[in-house]
Design a protein around this ligand. Structure first.
Ligand code: COA
Ligand code: AMP
Length: 641
């Protein structure tokens, strides 16, 4: 079959076609996947006026990811390599084996009454059973919602109440370095606190921690599997949801990003060659957690739909067992493309600045390193490039898009990289930089990064059961555009520089979190009158949150005590990944005269970045006081001046 990229001679030609004739372009790409019934229309709008792709098409995503390859000569090719230094395990599954496991587990879910359109929550570590669970749902036309294993019970409760799953699938534990994290008590607490009670849970008992089971509700993974019969893939409509993935918004209620089956399969298939330059049969490794969008798209769905071998890594870039783990895996499994977050590279660089570990491994298979999840600072870019001597490709995307929006599309030939820039718009994304009034800005002017509608296939068609929030969060601000929530600029050559979020979202170790949500939690402390939580620069994690609190009159709690209580609170409610480690008591928060907290200035003070004092500020003296407090406590970079 001709690959999509061969149709066009260059990136410019393909991009132009995708923007000028989206239906023509995506109609061609749609022919690259095996539909049960071809779409009747390529692009339509629904009753809400939202764009939808491939109306009338029928398919099954698990079929495309597994059965299709079994039927077309890849049955014995390795589909998935599970490499788990934390359990000392390497296991390989052929496409046939994996298809059989998924078909059987789908049968188990079916036996519990899960069918097309039902929801299933998956709260698991990075293990093959998590991927099996996702694909089993897809096989049945059920909608999975994977919750990142690092989230605390409260976050799980919120998601369970929103998705209302029929079944929750979990494991007895996850493993963080040498620590076993029992998941079942976290799940029990979440289910105890949730309003919605799923009929069953299925628990995989890992040998390291044995979970207590609640008779009647909790079922053993192995038991249900043994009793199950395999089932065939269920045809679904292109518009039917494949999954919901919750992501942080600006409030305590996460956004349920919906991914449909048709657009998702077409976009991911296209991206594998066009963006990542990989062919069927190649080994592709996204070093991510299944709980994140990268894990969904590039650990599970895209490499399998494309007929690649995917690597599932249960470990960390360092200390599992050392800073050479990534290089060992690449060599041992002949990885062609590694996709990870800049944080992971910074972690390796911190432990092995001279790259001594790398010398132990020959990496002839590795062609590209792709980085995303947060801004890639030029120092990290150059360190990785010098160490690996291959192209390092920064690229930008979001949970909402589900695949890259800006990249160096290596499938059309590598273009010169500009460190600090995520590259050029990907086919289908007309990225523009807009000013306050929605006007297009000239090169080098920083503004709102927006994408002209329609978004290409694969992007969120809406939010789970909340069209109104979808509209208000993304479409309302600039009519005719999707507002990404990022700020940035474009240079004369059309390269895009993403400078960070313009809302209350931060990225801690590549994990997207809401400072708005943390603020709501901090504000609930009985001693706190008002507060601000802002993300400050962190050498390893990219960003980390700190809290500034104003105490209620008459409270005389010490700074140390309230800090400890707030740290414990955020850890218990969101999870240790939030990495909330500092809280300061301040007399007042810096505000404009109209009462808006000047969060950007707080960030600038902590980061040691120059800032202009706005004329609308209520009380400029407070800025100096906060600066001096941060400096005294050596928080952020304020003390470096
Ligand atoms: N389950 C349970 N707990 C988790 C967890 C998980 N999946 N992930 C992290 N945590 C915990 C850690 O154990 C740690 O707990 P502690 O405070 O008790 O020690 C805490 O959350 C903070 O974790 P983290 O920020 O990850 O720090 P770390 O020192 O454990 O590891 C890195 C640092 C950089 C190695 C790690 O964050 C990393 O690998 N980052 C890359 C992230 C990534 O690939 N993101 C993909 C998005 S594209
Ligand atoms: P997530 O939804 O978790 O994928 O996080 C999306 C956010 O991460 C984006 O809105 C950006 O703020 C940030 N991000 C992702 N990739 C990049 C990148 N390459 N450069 C800069 N920021 C990025």
């Amino acid at each position: 079959m001709e690959t999509a990229t061969q149709t066009y001679r260059s990136y410019a030609e393909a991009y132009e076609k995708s923007i000028q004739d989206p239906e023509g372009f995506w109609g061609e790409q749609a022919r690259q996947i095996a539909w049960f019934e071809e779409p009747k229309q390529i692009l339509t709008t629904d009753e809400n006026g939202f764009y939808r792709w491939f109306a009338g098409g029928k398919l099954n995503t698990a079929y495309l990811a597994l059965d299709y390859h079994v039927e077309n000569g890849r049955a014995d090719q390795t589909a998935l390599i599970y490499d788990s230094p934390v359990t000392n395990t390497i296991r390989k599954y052929s496409y046939r084996e994996f298809r059989d496991m998924v078909a059987r587990f789908a049968g188990a879910l079916h036996g519990l009454g899960v069918g097309k359109g039902d929801t299933v929550v998956i709260y698991m570590p990075v293990i093959p059973e998590a991927v099996v669970a996702m694909l089993a749902c897809a096989r049945l036309g059920a909608i999975h919602s994977v919750v990142f294993g690092g989230f605390a019970p409260h976050e799980l409760t919120v998601r369970i109440d929103d998705a209302r799953p029929k079944v929750v699938i979990s494991a007895s534990c996850g493993i963080e370095f040498d620590k076993h994290i029992p998941y079942k008590p976290l799940l029990d607490k979440a289910l105890n606190d949730s309003k919605h009670k799923p009929e069953h849970t299925i628990i995989l008992q890992r040998p390291y921690v044995v979970a207590d089971m609640q008779p009647g509700r909790d079922l053993d993974y192995v038991d249900v599997l043994q009793k199950a019969q395999p089932v065939e893939p269920v045809p679904v409509d292109a518009h039917d949801p494949l999954y919901i993935l919750y992501t942080s918004g600006t409030t305590g209620k996460p956004k349920g990003i919906v991914r449909d089956n048709g657009g998702h399969a077409v976009a991911l298939k296209f991206s594998m060659k066009a963006v990542y330059g990989v062919d069927p049969g190649d080994v592709f490794w996204a070093a991510s957690d299944v709980g994140w969008a990268v894990g969904h798209s590039y650990l599970v769905y895209a490499p399998l739909i494309h007929g690649c071998t995917t690597v599932l890594f249960e470990g960390k870039p360092v200390r599992t067992p050392d800073a050479g783990t990534f290089w060992r895996i690449i060599m041992q499994h002949d990885v062609k493309v590694l996709f990870t977050a800049p944080t992971a590279i910074r972690a390796i660089k911190k432990e092995d600045p001279e790259g001594i570990e790398k010398i132990k491994y020959d990496l002839p298979s590795l062609k590209y390193l792709f980085l995303a999840g947060e801004r890639c600072d030029p120092a990290t870019y150059y360190w990785a490039k010098d160490l690996l001597r291959i192209p390092v490709v920064d690229h930008w995307w979001q949970t909402e898009s589900g695949w890259p929006m800006v990249a160096n599309m290596v499938g059309y030939g590598l273009k010169p990289a500009k460190p600090g820039s995520a590259g050029l718009p990907v086919c289908g994304y007309k990225v523009e930089i807009l000013g306050e009034e929605g006007q297009e800005l000239i090169p080098a002017q920083e503004g709102y990064v927006a994408v002209k509608l329609p978004l290409p296939p694969g992007c969120l068609p809406t939010l789970w059961e909340d069209n109104d929030r979808f509209y208000k969060s993304y479409l309302d601000r600039f009519p005719g555009y999707y507002m990404t929530g990022d700020g940035g600029y474009m240079d004369e050559d059309g390269y895009i520089y993403i400078m960070g979020r313009i809302d209350d979202v931060i990225n801690v170790s590549g994990h997207r979190l809401s400072t708005g949500e943390m603020e709501e939690m901090v504000a609930s402390h009985p001693a706190v009158a008002e507060c601000a939580v802002v993300g400050i620069a962190d050498d390893l994690r990219g960003q980390r949150p700190i809290g500034l609190v104003v105490l209620k009159d008459g409270q005389n709690i010490s700074e140390e005590q309230i800090e400890q209580e707030l740290i414990a609170m955020i850890r218990e409610k969101i999870g240790a990944v939030a990495y909330f480690r500092n809280a300061l008591i301040v007399k007042r928060l810096p505000k404009t005269r109209s009462g808006k907290i000047l969060r950007k200035i707080l960030r600038n003070i902590a980061d040691g970045v120059h800032y202009a004092i706005p004329s609308t500020i209520d009380d400029p003296a407070i800025l100096t006081e906060i600066h001096d407090d941060l400096k005294e406590r050596k928080i952020g970079n304020a003390f470096l001046e």
